[in-house]
Design a binder for this molecule. Structure first.
Ligand code: EPZ
Length: 458
């Protein structure tokens, strides 16, 4: 079923949650898996297409619920958008609305990324405040302060962020901006807004994530003048207008990291491509500490060779190039089966350990103290009915299910569908034994109590 703009309907919450994923563990995986385009690049790059009054073609776009929702938000602003497989054609020559609809924005946190491009193009933007989600409060104060420094008047009323630029040109002005925290989102919002501003903008203590670089490269392909993306200082010289482009998004480093952990936790040799190995430096280093070997089979292809055992190690999540918080849950699943004790410290989000209770339901031994989790390795996990609480937590439960004795049944699959393209199909092609079935069809999981479905918005 598609919308009037040729976009497939984003799954409603209930669609995915009308089904559960059954996994029969202890089946070795084997073979090669193709890595999709990066979700966290796609979401901002689609928003950045609003900066351009001409055609933009974006390739290697992952087929994900969040991407569909971002497309629907642009369509609601009057933008022409067509989806052909993994290619998106966007034409934002006409933007008929400066207000994004609450019902769409409320389902996708990343939709807040349109505030920078809308303000830069129209001089006005009205975006519902994204609010918190299951992994943290996630304020947008750094985004707002950056836009204010560029001359925008920003008011928050009735849950809506009203931003507008005064003056005849209604054009933002270049500014020197220091970020109190190297926020990915705030860096991206300010960078996009600055591409069409009057004068030069400098972002100090900027985020250095590969998705920030991917976004900068997309904007540069449209004619933006950006230097230093990927370092902690980014400089943007504003230009009056951007032009059309044809751009290919990077492969998803978090999906790649998730499959590398799938190899380690099931003691399986798996190859994956395309990847950018440098984007995975911290992940590879930690996998090697657990005893796995990572072989570069080609410039864009990696292979994991598992160790005989899984060694314990400590992990602290940090902004890039530190260890990614989006891989924390997956590594926690791996370390539950290690020989020894591991300590994981989550420093980026204040509430990103909700997978612990579910892993303990499967026989793990994890204790939480503040933002630390002490993981005492156990010799085996056993399949159980579990509930996914957010995107990366759901990936951790899939990995634990692949390694566990017996059957694991995962509920709340809407989290998984938001960020992993065809995960089941890819795992089945590697030899996993799993099946998505209507909830209730998974006889034997009578013990499941239906938690209220907490939505995570990214
Ligand atoms: C991006 O979120 C990613 N999402 C997240 O991926 C990822 O976990 C995160 O960066 C960190 O790498 C997308 O790109 C769509 P931040 P973002 O701004 O931009 C605080 C996934 O699993 N902060 O770097 O929201 C904030 O509360 C998702 O794919 C402020 O205090 O992350 C958090 O504690 C989850 N004020 C920290 O900074 C602000 O104005 C990092 O947030 C902005 C952020």
């Amino acid at each position: 079923m598609t919308t009037s703009h040729g976009l497939p309907n984003a799954h409603t919450l209930s669609d995915a949650d009308a089904s559960v994923l059954q996994i029969w563990g202890k089946h070795p995986l084997k073979g090669h898996v193709k890595i999709s385009g990066a979700k966290n690049s796609a979401l901002t790059i689609i928003a950045a297409a609003l900066l351009c009054p001409e055609d933009c073609r974006i390739r290697n776009v992952p087929n994900l619920v969040d991407v569909k929702r971002m497309g629907q938000i642009l369509a609601a602003l009057g933008v022409k958008i067509e989806h052909h497989g993994d290619v998106l054609d966007i034409n934002a020559s006409t933007i008929s609305h400066s207000k994004a609809p609450y019902e769409l924005v409320s389902q996708l946190r990343a939709s807040f990324f349109i505030i920078g491009p809308l303000l830069a193009r129209l001089g006005v933007a009205r975006i519902p405040l994204p609010g918190g989600c299951t992994i943290g409060a996630r304020p947008v104060d750094l985004h707002v302060r950056g836009l204010q420094a560029m001359g925008a008047d920003v008011q928050i009323e009735h849950g809506i962020v009203h931003a507008y630029v005064t003056g005849s040109q209604r054009r933002l002005k270049g500014a020197k901006i220091y970020l109190d925290y190297p926020s990915v989102g705030a860096t991206e919002t300010i960078m996009m807004a600055a591409t069409l501003a009057e004068g030069e903008t400098t972002i100090e203590n900027a985020a250095q994530e590969p998705e920030v670089v991917d976004l900068a490269n997309f904007c540069r392909a449209m004619g933006a003048r950006i230097r230093g993306a990927g370092t902690n200082t980014i400089t943007i010289a504003g230009v009056p207008r951007l032009h059309s482009t044809d751009y290919t998004i990077n492969p998803d480093r978090i999906e790649a990291g998730t499959f590398l952990v799938a190899g380690a936790i099931t003691h399986s040799e798996i190859s994956l491509s395309p990847v950018v190995p440098e984007h995975l430096t911290a992940v590879i280093a930690k996998l090697q500490e657990t005893g796995a070997q990572i072989v570069t089979e080609a410039p864009d292809r990696l292979c994991i060779i598992p160790g005989d055992t899984i060694k314990a190690t400590d992990i602290e999540t940090l902004p890039y190039p530190g260890f990614p918080t989006d891989m924390q849950a997956q590594f926690m699943a791996l370390l539950t089966l290690s020989e020894g004790n591991s300590l994981i410290t989550e420093t980026v989000f204040e509430n990103r350990m909700r997978h612990v209770a579910e892993l303990n339901r499967m026989g793990a031994d994890i204790r939480i103290k503040g933002n630390h989790a002490l993981i005492r390795g156990v010799s085996m996990l056993s399949g159980a009915p579990v509930i996914a609480t957010d995107l990366r937590a759901s990936a951790a439960l899939v990995l634990a299910g692949l390694a566990a004795n017996g059957k694991t049944v995962i509920q709340c699959l809407h989290h998984l569908d938001r960020g992993y393209e065809q995960l089941e199909v890819k795992l089945l092609s590697l030899g996993a034994v799993l099946e998505r079935v209507p909830a209730g069809a998974d006889a034997g999981s009578a013990g499941l109590t239906s938690y209220s479905v907490l939505s995570e918005k990214d």
